[in-house]
Design a protein around this ligand. Structure first.
Ligand code: AMP
Length: 451
């Protein structure tokens, strides 16, 4: 297939010619008609697959010239770097199209951005926080948005932007096309799709279900978190074999919990990356791991996506990924450049279904290893593992959904719950005398006059 088969228009063909692109990438090929159809779309594709053009080609093909000032296409991305990158990509494609593209993000002067918006635009690329501020300031009108693209939604949710996204949805017209791209499927992404998308069509660059031959895989059946820690400790004590170990967990809380456990035993050998850590901290951790300063790196799926690390001796799936594709991504971090790699997955009884889904995808069984005798079986359960019936006896325990992966959310403390109603003096007087006593209450006077 070539771009000629997509029935684009001359300005787009000319731009693609200038770029030297002739063949659409698989995600571009798959997404084109679906995005053109106007239906909601969920695309699963990683950076580097050409996903930006996958949504921009159909959008630009169908975007008519207009002098209207309010934007018609909104593209939300998690970071300012991505704003810059996406704007650049759109500008390359729009070389022969008369449209106006603007990128906005936080941490820079909002007034300059307000001025740019006031000049009129067609396509706005933004980070959620800054977009919301601009919309609230009313300089930015979102009522004419026809297409909403959320790119890297997994990273966005991992960074805790869920509430901001929902606030933004509220400002957008009901009738619009939603297009979402994510590199990994996560529980949070799934929830967002189910809540806000109308029968989306899914497109994805199929993750190969065929693991590399040079990666050997095994699994351990382990009853609970604490026993998993015991097993892990036992394995990690073998320094020679387990010399560069990448450990995956599904969410931040678990990453921190595991880090605390391992750090007491393997002090100065462990580092952790997830989205609550600063970018600097993450970069330092990755570097320390890469250079062998730290032997063990704990990472969440979303954060580990872009990792380019060589010579990983073992990938350890401390939990069993809920989405089998994530397992493929995880184990692909070892056995790179044809070297021999090893992968282990720990699964509890609860995770048995997930193991079966992975085995179906790969069309092979992951050989089971016996728990070594020296590994102590713990019966002590962590908070997430305790049966829910216990809730009954402990009304103060946090609700289940607060324990779910994603941004931490806490009930406000009682004293912070009070809403500032203003004019406490007036309210107290009113309470005491049952009717307004101050002269300033115009409505009370009006009511009186009407009688
Ligand atoms: P993305 O996945 O959108 O970050 O794109 C990755 C890179 O691939 C970008 O530098 C694009 O300019 C480039 N690219 C996008 N589409 C194509 C294509 N059909 N052929 C060659 N390169 C492409």
């Amino acid at each position: 297939m070539t771009f000629q088969d997509l029935n684009l228009n001359t300005p787009l063909y000319n731009a693609l010619d200038d770029l030297g692109f002739t063949v659409p990438t698989p995600i571009q090929e798959q997404a084109f008609n679906v995005v053109s159809s106007g239906r909601d779309v969920v695309g699963i594709a990683q950076t580097g697959t050409g996903k930006t053009f996958a949504y921009m080609l159909p959008i630009l093909k169908n975007l008519k010239f207009s002098k209207q000032e309010n934007p018609r296409v909104l593209i939300l991305v998690p970071t300012r770097e991505l704003v810059v990158q996406v704007v650049e990509e759109i500008e390359k494609l729009s070389k022969y199209i008369n449209n106006r593209v603007l990128g906005v993000y936080g941490g820079t002067n909002i007034n300059t951005q307000k001025q740019a918006i006031a000049e009129g635009l067609d396509i706005l690329v933004a980070t959620p926080g800054r977009l919301y501020d601009l919309a609230l300031s009313r300089v930015l009108q979102l009522k004419s948005i026809q297409k909403l693209v959320i790119d890297e939604v997994d990273v966005m949710l991992d960074l805790g932007f869920r509430h901001q996204l929902i606030n933004i949805f509220d400002l957008l017209p009901e009738r619009r096309q939603n297009i979402m791209f994510s590199a990994t499927m996560t529980h949070d992404v799934d929830i967002l799709i189910n809540e806000f998308f109308r029968n989306p069509i899914r497109v994805s660059v199929a993750v190969s279900g065929t693991p590399l031959d040079n990666i050997s895989q095994n699994r351990y059946s382990v009853p609970n978190f604490n026993t998993k820690v015991n097993l892990l400790t036992h394995l990690l004590n073998n320094y020679e074999t387990f010399n560069k170990v990448l450990i995956f967990v599904a969410y931040k809380r678990m990453a921190d919990r595991l880090f605390e456990n391992l750090n007491t035993i393997f002090r100065d050998e462990v580092c952790v990356i997830h989205s609550n850590k600063t970018q600097n901290y993450r970069l330092r951790s990755i570097e320390a791991f890469n250079e062998g300063e730290h032997r063990i790196l704990i990472a969440t799926d979303v954060m580990a996506r872009g990792l380019d690390i060589d010579n990983v001796s073992h990938v350890i799936n401390f939990d069993t990924p809920e989405y089998p594709e994530n397992y493929m991504h995880r184990i692909g971090r070892t056995g790179r450049a044809k070297r021999k790699g090893r992968s282990l997955v720990f699964s509890t009884e609860k995770e048995q279904e997930a193991i079966e889904a992975i085995e179906r995808l790969m069309d092979m069984k992951i050989p089971l290893l016996e728990l070594p005798d020296v590994v102590e079986i713990s019966t002590e359960l962590i908070e997430e593992e305790r049966p829910e019936t216990k809730e009954h006896y402990n009304p103060l325990k946090r609700r289940q959904d607060e324990d779910a992966p994603g941004p931490a959310f806490h009930e406000k403390k009682e004293k912070n719950k009070k809403v500032n109603q203003g004019g406490s003096y007036r309210r107290e007087i009113a309470k005491k005398y049952k009717k307004p006593k101050t002269r300033g209450d115009k409505n009370a006077n009006r009511r009186k006059n009407r009688k």
